[in-house]
Design a protein around this ligand. Structure first.
Ligand code: DUC
Ligand code: ZN
Ligand code: ZN
Ligand code: ZN
Length: 477
C-alpha cells in the first residue's frame, strides 16, 4: 500500500497542538511522530512513497459537515448541488465527510426515501458521506422503520416543527418519535420554529403587500424559534430523548439550550456560518441592478438571518466559546437566483429556502481564530471532532491518530481566499459570501489517504467517497 508522510506542520486537535509528522499507510493514519524521532532505532519516515511538505501550516482532521442537502426537493424545485458537485465543492473547502438528509416527505414511506438517497449518492461522491433520516410526519410505519435505523447506520433523524404539509410533525407525533428514540438511543434533530404560526404571519405580510425577501425574516420572528426550541426541550425532557437543535440563529433559542444544559439535560445545538456573519439588516439593504430588492433572496434560509442590532450574531460567537452551542454545520441548501430563487419574486413565501456555503465553512470559521473569537483547537473541535463524536464516527473521523482514516487537511494560515461565485465550485450562480476576504487557505486535502486537492489542482474523482455507517452518538453513551 502507498505510504505518505505529512511533514513539518503543526498538528492541531481539539485538545492541543504540536509539531509532528503524520505517517499514512494506504487509507489510514499509522503514526504521529515527533519531529526527528526514531522508533527502536528506526526512522519510520524512510522509504515513504510520497512526502507532503506542511511547513508553516496546520495539519487538521478533515472537516465534517453534518448538515447538507444535496438534490433536496423544495418549493417546486431542487437544491442545485448534486452529490457529485456538492462533494467536490466540499473537498475544495477541506471537508472530507458530509452527512446529508435522506428525505421522507409527508405521506411517503421512509424506506423509499432512504433508498432514493442511497441511489443518488452511490458512485457519485468525492468524499465519504453518511445520512440522517428526515421524518416527514410520524405514523405506525415510520415508528416501525425506526427499529432499523441503527442497522442502516442512521443513528440520528430530523423532525420539523415548521413547514406544515411538507415535512411538519405535530407535538403528538414528535412525542411518539422521541419516546422511540429514547428507547433506541437515537438522536433527535429538530428544526425548531413554530411553523403554523409563521405561516399565518407570512400570509398577513403578503396581504399587506410586504412581499420582498426581507419579510421572510420578519415572519419567522425569533419568538417563533425560542418558543419551538423550548417546546422541543420539554418534549425531550419528558421522554428522556437526547435532542440536537439544528441551525440555531436566535440568541433566545441559545438561552433555552443553555438553560436545559445547565439542568443536566442532554441537549445540543448547532449554528451555521450565515448566523455568525450575515444579518437581517444586510438583507434589507440588499439591492442590485438585476434584481432590485429581490437581491435579498440570496439570503433567504430557515431559520432566517437575524437582526444585528438585537445582537444575535455576537451571541452565537459567544455560545460557540462557552459551549452553549457545540457545532458548526452549513445547512448547505443551494438554489440559483435564475430559475429557482426567482420563483418567489412577488411573494417571499415561494423563494426556495437555503444558502450554499459548504465550500467555505472551514475558511469562515478560521476567521473566528484570526479575530480571536475561537482558539485553533476550538476551530477543529467545532468543525470536525465534535461532529464525529456527535454522529457516531469518532476514532475513524474527526481526529489525527493511529487507526483513524487518513482524512487530513493542510491549512495555510498565510494563504488568502477571496470568495466569489466566479471561482467557487458549488453549483450556484451567486454567492451569499461574494467578496468576502479570508485570511487563510485550504492548501491540501487528503481523503482516506488519497490527495484530492493539491493547491489549485483537483485530483479527486466521483466514486471515491464511501457510505459511512454511523454508530450511536458518543455523546450519549
Ligand atoms: N432550511 C433551509 O434553509 N433550507 C432547507 C430546509 C431548512 O430547514
Ligand atoms: Zn431545518
Ligand atoms: Zn437543513
Ligand atoms: Zn486553493
Amino acid at each position: 500500500m502507498a505510504t505518505t508522510l505529512i511533514t513539518g506542520g503543526t498538528v492541531v486537535s481539539a485538545t492541543g497542538r504540536a509539531a509532528a509528522d503524520v505517517l499514512v499507510d494506504g487509507e489510514q493514519i499509522v503514526a504521529v511522530l515527533a519531529p526527528g524521532s526514531q522508533l527502536l532505532g528506526t526512522d519510520l519516515r524512510q522509504g515513504v512513497d510520497t512526502v507532503v511538505d506542511a511547513a508553516g501550516k496546520y495539519v487538521i482532521p478533515g472537516g465534517i459537515d453534518a448538515h447538507t442537502h444535496f438534490e433536496l426537493p423544495f418549493g417546486g424545485t431542487e437544491a442545485s448541488d448534486t452529490f457529485e458537485s456538492g462533494t467536490r465543492a466540499a473537498a475544495w473547502g477541506g471537508t472530507t465527510t458530509v452527512i446529508d438528509f435522506a428525505v421522507q416527505t409527508t405521506g411517503t414511506r421512509i424506506e423509499d426515501g432512504l433508498a432514493t438517497w442511497h441511489a443518488k449518492a452511490a458512485g457519485n461522491c468525492a468524499i465519504d458521506y453518511g445520512f440522517h433520516q428526515i421524518m416527514g410526519g410520524v405514523d405506525e410505519f415510520s415508528l416501525q422503520a425506526m427499529d432499523h435505523f441503527e442497522a442502516e447506520g442512521i443513528t440520528s433523524f430530523k423532525m420539523f416543527m415548521a413547514y406544515p404539509g411538507v415535512f411538519y410533525s405535530d407535538d403528538g407525533q414528535i412525542l411518539k418519535a422521541m419516546q422511540k428514540a429514547a428507547e433506541l438511543g437515537l438522536l433527535t434533530m429538530m428544526h425548531a420554529e413554530n411553523g403554523p404560526a409563521i405561516d399565518v404571519l407570512a400570509a398577513q405580510l403578503v396581504e399587506q403587500g410586504k412581499t420582498d425577501p426581507y419579510y421572510h425574516g420578519i415572519a419567522r420572528a425569533w419568538q417563533m424559534e425560542e418558543e419551538a426550541t423550548h417546546r422541543a426541550i420539554m418534549l425531550a425532557n419528558l421522554t428522556g430523548a437526547p435532542l440536537y437543535v439544528v441551525h440555531v440563529s436566535a440568541k433566545q433559542a441559545v438561552e433555552q439550550l443553555a438553560w436545559a444544559r445547565d439542568k443536566g439535560q442532554n441537549v445540543f445545538g448547532e449554528t451555521c456560518p450565515q448566523y455568525l456573519y450575515l444579518s437581517l439588516e444586510d438583507q434589507l439593504g440588499a439591492s442590485s441592478e438585476e434584481w432590485g430588492a429581490f437581491e435579498g433572496a440570496k439570503w433567504v434560509c430557515s431559520t432566517p438571518l437575524r437582526s444585528r442590532e438585537e445582537g444575535h450574531q455576537d451571541h452565537m460567537w459567544q455560545a460557540l466559546r462557552t459551549n452553549d452551542l457545540q457545532m458548526v454545520s452549513t445547512d448547505h441548501c443551494p438554489f440559483c437566483m435564475k430559475g429557482q430563487k426567482e420563483l418567489g419574486r412577488g411573494d417571499f413565501r415561494k423563494i426556495p429556502n437555503g444558502i450554499g456555503s459548504l465550500e467555505h465553512r472551514l475558511d469562515l470559521m478560521y476567521q473566528g481564530v484570526v479575530t480571536g473569537e475561537l482558539t485553533l483547537e476550538r476551530w477543529v473541535e467545532l468543525t470536525s471532532t465534535t461532529p464525529a463524536r456527535m454522529f457516531g464516527m469518532y476514532g475513524k473521523k474527526g481526529v489525527i491518530q493511529p487507526g483513524a482514516d487518513a482524512d487530513v487537511v493542510i491549512y495555510d494560515p498565510n494563504g488568502h481566499t477571496t470568495i466569489s461565485a466566479a471561482t467557487h465550485h458549488m453549483n450556484m450562480d451567486h454567492s451569499a459570501w461574494e467578496g468576502y476576504e479570508i485570511d487563510g487557505h485550504v492548501d491540501t486535502v487528503i481523503s482516506r489517504g488519497k490527495v484530492i486537492v493539491d493547491g489549485n489542482r483537483y485530483l479527486g474523482s466521483k466514486g471515491d467517497g464511501r457510505y459511512v455507517k454511523r454508530a450511536l452518538s458518543q455523546y450519549l453513551t
